[in-house]
Design a protein. Structure first.
Length: 561
């Protein structure tokens, strides 16, 4: 036997990084996380953040935060601040290494001029339709633009005029001169600069030409001396262009490495679709707890540690797949089971009256805060003659394996007494249970019988005289189908929205939670993990968000289906 832990297996990216350090290719590691500030970050970005910042941390290197703001039509300061906040909340820090692509615009302009001077770029005035026609398709080579033979001097003058604003939007573009017969369509003289008269949120109206993402991104990596440019698999076909631009300019050349993006069941990860949900009022903003945004997960009550653990379990591979959202839900359950204090809340209440308990009498019982953590201590639970219990715990008639409240059956009230159900009262019109009448055994305080008799059912409760009426939001999965992105032709992905993704109820909550700080998490025994909403809660009036049920009810639904 040995106490040594087995050596952790590295993913393929960390193996590459470790080898580069071992061979001396790099003295230190520099990575970057380069989001476009055109929306809020989501759980897929969290995977990239954990990789980019994680690799840097593990090797003693650094990770840059770079806002890739080359498309001002969709960018603003709100998104910048949300990105910074999300990264810090996840537990990562870029230190002094905060950069903006737009700060390199002058340098990028000069690089484009250098390509033109070297005969490797030209100004083209093909219309959008002609541009597509000349480019060809993957199975058919393209053909040279008539503008490809312009002189260097004419191209430089046209590019200068583009910058000065002498032309209309879209009238000219600058294209790299590569190979119109390339099997990779991204290498068929791609556009690297275009005219766009759009106000930039940082630079105002200084620029009316903007570099394309493919041209800008590799140069940003080069300027910042990034060693490993980590990106998702859809950029693999763009890598030849990334390499061509850097080699053509003879500048520092980082290595681009691609990995599989995160695809999560019962949700969408496209920023465009998320924006459509927000702007269409299908959700209540970017921080709606039903969204996969980091802001939404935070608002729902997920913790940074649970998200980091989820990203670790998903792993880094070269193969696209679908990750079941139940893994994310498992990670938060696993953490909160160990850390969350317990409390009792009745979500669908029915009155229980203990007929032999003295009227007007109250007593204080003791509840354990967390059986997983002895240091968490105990709390006081007021007890009285009238209680609230869950409606689902009451049956007038029940199957053999139902061990809760049925006439003639004895159950345990958590931390309290053993009670025997004597009568179930129903509304004569609706047939709905309106009250349960029981008798208690006063010698079973704490829930234990001195004679050792066994009681199989234990239920939670709240004293009716002391219960706190609290708003509770029962959040569920946003989509009913596992792959809402894969809709049929002509079908709208929003047609798969779950109409029951949010139910707002008034719960009966134990009074110990009345003055608990917003942002606190707890486990409502037998029901769910909950989070006191930090925005909508008021002093003495907490609002609870259900993070996840205690068990995965969707697994049962899937099994039945």
């Amino acid at each position: 036997m040995t106490d040594e832990k087995p050596e952790e297996v590295l993913d393929f990216i960390r193996e590459i990084v470790a080898d580069d350090l071992r061979t001396g290719k790099h003295a230190g590691i520099v990575t970057r996380f380069p989001p476009e500030p055109n929306g809020y970050l989501h759980i897929g970005h969290a995977k990239a953040i954990c990789l980019d910042f994680g690799v840097a941390q593990e090797t003693g290197g650094r990770c840059h935060l770079r806002l890739d703001d080359t498309n001002p039509a969709k960018e603003n300061e709100e998104y910048v601040e949300s990105i910074k906040h999300d990264i810090q909340w996840l537990g990562f820090d870029w230190g002094e290494n905060l950069y903006f692509a737009s700060d390199y615009f002058e340098q990028m302009y000069e690089y484009a001029c250098e390509l033109i001077r070297n005969g490797l770029a030209y100004v083209c005035d093909l219309s959008v339709e002609d541009f597509k026609e000349y480019r060809g398709v993957p199975t058919r080579p393209g053909k040279d633009s008539p503008c490809r033979c312009r002189s260097v001097e004419e191209n430089l003058e046209l590019f200068r005029c583009m910058r000065e604003g002498d032309f209309e939007d879209g009238q000219y573009v600058v294209r790299a001169k590569i190979d119109m017969a390339s099997p990779n369509i991204h290498m068929r003289d791609p556009a690297i600069y275009r005219i766009k008269r759009i106000h930039h949120y940082r630079h105002g109206d200084k620029w009316c030409i903007y570099p394309t993402y493919d041209f800008a991104h590799c140069l940003e990596d080069s300027i910042e001396n990034i060693t490993h440019s980590l990106c998702t698999l859809e950029f693999e076909v763009h890598r030849p262009l990334y390499d061509w631009i850097l080699d053509a300019l003879d500048v520092y050349h980082p290595r681009q490495i691609e990995f599989a993006r995160l695809n999560l069941s019962y949700t969408v990860m496209s920023k465009r679709k998320l924006l459509e949900l927000v702007e269409g009022g299908h959700v209540n903003g970017w921080d709606d707890p039903r969204l996969p945004t980091i802001a939404g997960l935070r608002r729902r009550g997920f913790t940074p540690a649970a998200i980091r653990e989820f990203c670790k379990r998903v792993g880094i591979t070269k193969f696209d797949g679908l990750t079941d959202i139940s893994l994310l839900e498992y990670c938060i359950r696993d953490e909160l089971n160990k850390t969350a204090p317990r409390a009792m809340a009745v979500l669908n209440p029915v009155k229980l009256v203990i007929t032999n308990y003295p009227e007007g009498q109250d007593e204080e019982l003791e509840g354990i805060n967390n059986p997983e953590d002895p240091a968490a201590g105990t709390r006081v639970l007021p007890f009285s003659r009238e209680l609230y219990v869950e409606r689902e715990d009451v049956r007038e008639e029940a199957p053999k394996k139902f061990f809760r409240l049925v006439p003639g059956r004895e159950v345990r009230l958590r931390y309290a007494y053993l009670v025997t159900c004597d009568e179930v009262i129903k509304d004569p019109v609706t047939g709905e249970v309106t009250e349960v009448r029981c008798t208690y055994d006063p010698d079973t305080r704490g829930g234990n019988a001195p004679d050792g008799r066994k009681v199989r059912g234990t239920i939670h409760w709240v004293s009716a005289a002391h219960a706190l009426d609290s708003e509770m939001r029962l959040y569920d999965r946003l989509f009913m189908t596992e792959r809402p992105d894969e809709v049929k032709e002509g079908e709208d992905f929003k047609s798969h929205l779950n109409p029951d993704s949010l139910e707002t109820i008034t719960a009966k909550v134990e009074p110990s939670l009345r003055d608990v700080d917003p942002g606190t998490r707890c486990q409502f025994e037998r029901k769910c993990y909950a989070y006191i909403d930090p925005i909508d809660s008021q002093p003495g009036a907490p609002v609870f968000n259900r993070i996840v049920p205690l068990r995965d009810s969707w697994a049962k639904i899937a099994a039945k289906g």
